[in-house]
Design a protein around this ligand. Structure first.
Ligand SMILES: [Zn+2]
Length: 274
Protein backbone atom coordinates (compact mmCIF):
# COMPACT_ATOMS: atom_id res chain seq x y z
CA UNK A 1 0.00 0.00 0.00
CA UNK A 2 1.29 3.42 -0.89
CA UNK A 3 2.06 5.55 2.13
CA UNK A 4 0.04 8.75 2.28
CA UNK A 5 1.89 11.84 3.39
CA UNK A 6 0.57 13.61 6.42
CA UNK A 7 1.53 16.76 8.25
CA UNK A 8 1.15 18.24 11.63
CA UNK A 9 1.47 15.17 13.77
CA UNK A 10 3.51 15.78 16.85
CA UNK A 11 6.15 13.09 17.07
CA UNK A 12 8.27 12.19 20.02
CA UNK A 13 10.90 9.55 19.42
CA UNK A 14 12.58 7.15 21.76
CA UNK A 15 15.02 9.69 23.13
CA UNK A 16 12.22 11.78 24.60
CA UNK A 17 10.25 8.85 26.00
CA UNK A 18 11.80 9.37 29.42
CA UNK A 19 10.49 12.92 29.55
CA UNK A 20 7.00 11.69 30.47
CA UNK A 21 5.96 11.03 34.07
CA UNK A 22 8.93 9.58 35.92
CA UNK A 23 7.93 7.03 38.52
CA UNK A 24 11.49 5.61 38.35
CA UNK A 25 12.75 2.08 37.84
CA UNK A 26 10.89 0.74 40.88
CA UNK A 27 7.48 1.78 39.51
CA UNK A 28 4.90 -0.88 40.13
CA UNK A 29 4.19 -2.71 36.90
CA UNK A 30 1.19 -4.91 36.14
CA UNK A 31 -0.75 -6.26 33.20
CA UNK A 32 -4.32 -7.47 32.84
CA UNK A 33 -6.04 -8.90 29.78
CA UNK A 34 -9.30 -7.44 28.45
CA UNK A 35 -11.75 -9.24 26.17
CA UNK A 36 -11.99 -7.13 23.03
CA UNK A 37 -14.13 -9.54 21.03
CA UNK A 38 -13.79 -12.85 19.24
CA UNK A 39 -14.27 -14.21 15.76
CA UNK A 40 -14.87 -17.46 13.95
CA UNK A 41 -12.64 -17.61 10.88
CA UNK A 42 -14.63 -19.63 8.35
CA UNK A 43 -11.59 -21.14 6.62
CA UNK A 44 -8.62 -20.65 8.91
CA UNK A 45 -6.08 -22.17 6.51
CA UNK A 46 -7.08 -20.16 3.45
CA UNK A 47 -7.26 -16.96 5.48
CA UNK A 48 -4.08 -17.29 7.53
CA UNK A 49 -1.60 -19.48 5.61
CA UNK A 50 0.10 -18.70 2.31
CA UNK A 51 1.59 -22.22 2.39
CA UNK A 52 -1.64 -24.05 3.34
CA UNK A 53 -0.24 -25.95 6.29
CA UNK A 54 -3.19 -25.56 8.68
CA UNK A 55 -6.23 -27.83 8.99
CA UNK A 56 -9.08 -26.85 6.66
CA UNK A 57 -12.27 -25.53 8.24
CA UNK A 58 -13.38 -22.96 10.79
CA UNK A 59 -11.43 -21.94 13.88
CA UNK A 60 -12.10 -19.45 16.62
CA UNK A 61 -9.75 -16.59 17.42
CA UNK A 62 -9.91 -14.19 20.30
CA UNK A 63 -9.23 -10.47 20.22
CA UNK A 64 -7.24 -9.53 23.31
CA UNK A 65 -6.40 -6.09 24.62
CA UNK A 66 -4.29 -5.34 27.68
CA UNK A 67 -4.03 -2.73 30.40
CA UNK A 68 -0.43 -2.14 31.51
CA UNK A 69 -0.10 -0.07 34.69
CA UNK A 70 3.26 1.54 35.37
CA UNK A 71 3.09 3.47 38.63
CA UNK A 72 0.30 5.97 38.04
CA UNK A 73 0.57 5.71 34.23
CA UNK A 74 -1.86 3.51 32.32
CA UNK A 75 -1.19 2.07 28.87
CA UNK A 76 -3.96 0.39 26.87
CA UNK A 77 -2.44 -2.03 24.35
CA UNK A 78 -4.67 -2.57 21.31
CA UNK A 79 -8.37 -1.75 21.17
CA UNK A 80 -10.07 -4.74 19.52
CA UNK A 81 -13.23 -4.71 17.46
CA UNK A 82 -15.56 -1.68 17.49
CA UNK A 83 -17.91 -1.24 20.46
CA UNK A 84 -20.80 -0.89 17.96
CA UNK A 85 -20.60 -4.68 17.43
CA UNK A 86 -21.47 -5.36 21.08
CA UNK A 87 -24.17 -7.93 21.80
CA UNK A 88 -24.59 -9.43 18.35
CA UNK A 89 -22.80 -11.65 15.83
CA UNK A 90 -21.74 -9.86 12.66
CA UNK A 91 -20.89 -11.73 9.46
CA UNK A 92 -17.96 -9.91 7.84
CA UNK A 93 -17.39 -12.37 5.02
CA UNK A 94 -14.34 -14.40 6.00
CA UNK A 95 -15.15 -14.00 9.70
CA UNK A 96 -18.11 -13.90 12.05
CA UNK A 97 -17.34 -11.37 14.76
CA UNK A 98 -18.76 -10.89 18.23
CA UNK A 99 -18.13 -8.36 21.00
CA UNK A 100 -19.54 -9.12 24.44
CA UNK A 101 -18.01 -6.31 26.52
CA UNK A 102 -16.53 -2.96 25.59
CA UNK A 103 -13.21 -1.72 26.91
CA UNK A 104 -14.86 0.99 29.09
CA UNK A 105 -17.16 -1.73 30.57
CA UNK A 106 -14.08 -3.63 31.68
CA UNK A 107 -12.12 -0.56 32.79
CA UNK A 108 -14.97 0.20 35.18
CA UNK A 109 -14.48 -3.23 36.79
CA UNK A 110 -10.82 -2.30 37.25
CA UNK A 111 -11.79 1.01 38.85
CA UNK A 112 -10.57 2.97 35.82
CA UNK A 113 -12.28 5.61 33.69
CA UNK A 114 -11.71 6.30 30.00
CA UNK A 115 -9.87 9.48 31.03
CA UNK A 116 -7.42 7.42 33.12
CA UNK A 117 -5.86 5.91 29.98
CA UNK A 118 -2.68 7.90 29.32
CA UNK A 119 -1.42 6.00 26.29
CA UNK A 120 -3.21 3.94 23.62
CA UNK A 121 -0.66 1.62 22.00
CA UNK A 122 -1.75 0.05 18.70
CA UNK A 123 0.18 -2.97 17.42
CA UNK A 124 -0.93 -2.27 13.85
CA UNK A 125 -3.58 -0.69 11.68
CA UNK A 126 -6.01 -3.59 11.19
CA UNK A 127 -9.62 -3.03 12.26
CA UNK A 128 -9.64 -5.74 14.93
CA UNK A 129 -6.94 -3.78 16.78
CA UNK A 130 -8.12 -0.22 16.19
CA UNK A 131 -11.89 -0.62 16.71
CA UNK A 132 -12.21 1.26 20.00
CA UNK A 133 -9.15 3.54 19.72
CA UNK A 134 -11.19 6.68 19.02
CA UNK A 135 -13.10 6.08 22.28
CA UNK A 136 -9.93 7.33 24.05
CA UNK A 137 -9.36 10.66 22.29
CA UNK A 138 -7.47 12.29 25.17
CA UNK A 139 -4.79 9.61 25.42
CA UNK A 140 -1.45 9.73 23.62
CA UNK A 141 -1.46 7.47 20.55
CA UNK A 142 1.58 5.19 20.25
CA UNK A 143 1.81 3.47 16.84
CA UNK A 144 4.14 2.58 13.98
CA UNK A 145 4.69 5.52 11.63
CA UNK A 146 3.80 3.80 8.34
CA UNK A 147 0.66 2.24 9.82
CA UNK A 148 -0.52 5.65 10.99
CA UNK A 149 0.20 7.12 7.55
CA UNK A 150 -1.59 4.29 5.76
CA UNK A 151 -4.90 4.60 7.63
CA UNK A 152 -6.11 8.03 6.55
CA UNK A 153 -9.54 8.09 4.90
CA UNK A 154 -13.24 8.34 5.75
CA UNK A 155 -13.08 5.41 8.19
CA UNK A 156 -9.87 6.62 9.85
CA UNK A 157 -9.80 5.16 13.37
CA UNK A 158 -7.18 7.73 14.35
CA UNK A 159 -9.25 10.85 13.68
CA UNK A 160 -8.74 12.29 17.19
CA UNK A 161 -4.97 12.32 16.61
CA UNK A 162 -4.83 14.09 13.24
CA UNK A 163 -4.78 17.63 14.60
CA UNK A 164 -1.61 19.69 14.80
CA UNK A 165 -1.36 19.54 18.60
CA UNK A 166 -2.44 15.90 19.01
CA UNK A 167 -0.45 13.68 21.34
CA UNK A 168 1.17 11.08 19.07
CA UNK A 169 4.36 9.04 19.45
CA UNK A 170 5.40 7.07 16.40
CA UNK A 171 7.73 4.10 16.08
CA UNK A 172 9.80 5.01 13.06
CA UNK A 173 12.11 1.99 12.86
CA UNK A 174 13.64 1.82 16.34
CA UNK A 175 12.24 0.24 19.48
CA UNK A 176 10.69 2.63 22.01
CA UNK A 177 11.27 2.61 25.76
CA UNK A 178 7.72 3.65 26.69
CA UNK A 179 8.30 4.94 30.22
CA UNK A 180 12.03 5.68 30.01
CA UNK A 181 13.09 3.08 32.57
CA UNK A 182 13.43 0.02 30.32
CA UNK A 183 10.40 -1.76 31.80
CA UNK A 184 8.03 -1.57 28.83
CA UNK A 185 9.47 -1.69 25.31
CA UNK A 186 7.73 -1.33 21.95
CA UNK A 187 9.42 -3.73 19.53
CA UNK A 188 9.85 -2.89 15.85
CA UNK A 189 8.62 -6.03 14.04
CA UNK A 190 7.41 -5.11 10.54
CA UNK A 191 5.94 -7.46 7.95
CA UNK A 192 2.36 -8.14 8.99
CA UNK A 193 1.87 -4.44 8.24
CA UNK A 194 4.54 -1.88 7.30
CA UNK A 195 5.16 -0.69 10.88
CA UNK A 196 3.81 -3.55 12.97
CA UNK A 197 4.93 -3.45 16.62
CA UNK A 198 4.81 -5.83 19.59
CA UNK A 199 5.29 -5.18 23.31
CA UNK A 200 7.77 -6.42 25.90
CA UNK A 201 6.70 -5.95 29.53
CA UNK A 202 9.26 -6.74 32.25
CA UNK A 203 7.10 -7.74 35.19
CA UNK A 204 8.64 -8.54 38.57
CA UNK A 205 7.34 -12.10 38.11
CA UNK A 206 8.96 -12.46 34.67
CA UNK A 207 9.05 -10.95 31.20
CA UNK A 208 6.00 -11.05 28.94
CA UNK A 209 5.91 -10.47 25.18
CA UNK A 210 2.61 -9.57 23.52
CA UNK A 211 2.75 -10.71 19.90
CA UNK A 212 0.56 -8.16 18.16
CA UNK A 213 -0.26 -10.08 14.96
CA UNK A 214 3.21 -11.48 14.33
CA UNK A 215 1.33 -14.74 14.95
CA UNK A 216 -2.41 -15.44 15.00
CA UNK A 217 -2.19 -18.92 16.56
CA UNK A 218 0.13 -21.37 18.31
CA UNK A 219 0.28 -23.29 15.01
CA UNK A 220 1.58 -20.20 13.23
CA UNK A 221 4.40 -19.89 15.74
CA UNK A 222 5.33 -23.56 15.42
CA UNK A 223 5.28 -23.50 11.60
CA UNK A 224 6.50 -19.91 11.07
CA UNK A 225 3.30 -19.39 9.12
CA UNK A 226 2.74 -16.22 7.11
CA UNK A 227 -0.75 -14.95 6.23
CA UNK A 228 -1.27 -14.17 2.52
CA UNK A 229 -2.36 -10.61 3.34
CA UNK A 230 0.85 -9.60 5.15
CA UNK A 231 2.55 -6.64 3.54
CA UNK A 232 5.98 -8.34 3.38
CA UNK A 233 6.74 -12.05 3.69
CA UNK A 234 10.49 -11.39 3.98
CA UNK A 235 10.02 -8.79 6.73
CA UNK A 236 7.63 -11.10 8.56
CA UNK A 237 10.19 -13.92 8.62
CA UNK A 238 12.92 -11.52 9.78
CA UNK A 239 10.60 -10.26 12.51
CA UNK A 240 9.79 -13.82 13.60
CA UNK A 241 13.52 -14.49 13.85
CA UNK A 242 14.09 -11.37 15.96
CA UNK A 243 11.04 -11.96 18.15
CA UNK A 244 12.06 -15.55 18.97
CA UNK A 245 15.65 -14.51 19.74
CA UNK A 246 14.38 -11.77 22.04
CA UNK A 247 11.99 -14.21 23.72
CA UNK A 248 14.95 -16.50 24.41
CA UNK A 249 17.22 -13.68 25.64
CA UNK A 250 14.57 -12.36 27.99
CA UNK A 251 13.18 -15.82 28.89
CA UNK A 252 9.85 -14.22 28.10
CA UNK A 253 6.39 -15.69 28.26
CA UNK A 254 5.03 -15.22 24.73
CA UNK A 255 1.35 -14.36 24.48
CA UNK A 256 -0.29 -14.65 21.06
CA UNK A 257 -3.08 -12.12 21.23
CA UNK A 258 -5.50 -13.98 18.89
CA UNK A 259 -4.85 -17.45 20.40
CA UNK A 260 -7.70 -18.51 22.72
CA UNK A 261 -5.38 -20.92 24.58
CA UNK A 262 -3.07 -18.05 25.51
CA UNK A 263 -5.74 -16.27 27.56
CA UNK A 264 -4.79 -18.64 30.39
CA UNK A 265 -1.17 -17.40 30.34
CA UNK A 266 -2.27 -14.38 32.40
CA UNK A 267 -4.52 -14.37 35.47
CA UNK A 268 -8.23 -14.30 34.66
CA UNK A 269 -9.76 -10.80 34.41
CA UNK A 270 -9.92 -8.71 36.56
CA UNK A 271 -6.86 -10.15 38.29
CA UNK A 272 -3.57 -8.67 37.12
CA UNK A 273 -0.12 -10.17 36.69
CA UNK A 274 2.67 -8.31 38.48
ZN1 LIG B 1 -3.66 -7.96 11.84
Amino acid sequence: MKAIAYVGIATALALSAGASAQPGPAAKLSIVRLDCGNATVKNFDAFFSDTHEYPVGPRKITSSCYVVRHGSDVLLWDTGFPAALKGKSTDMGALIVRVDRTIPDQLATLGLKVSDIDIVGISHMHGDHTGQAADFPLAKLLIGKKDLEATTGPKDPFGPWRSVDAKVQVMAGSDIDVFGDGSVIVLNLPGHTPSHIALLVKLASGNVMLSGDLYHSTMARQLRGVPPFNTSRAETLASIDRFERLARSYRAKVIIQHEPADIAKLPAFPKEAR
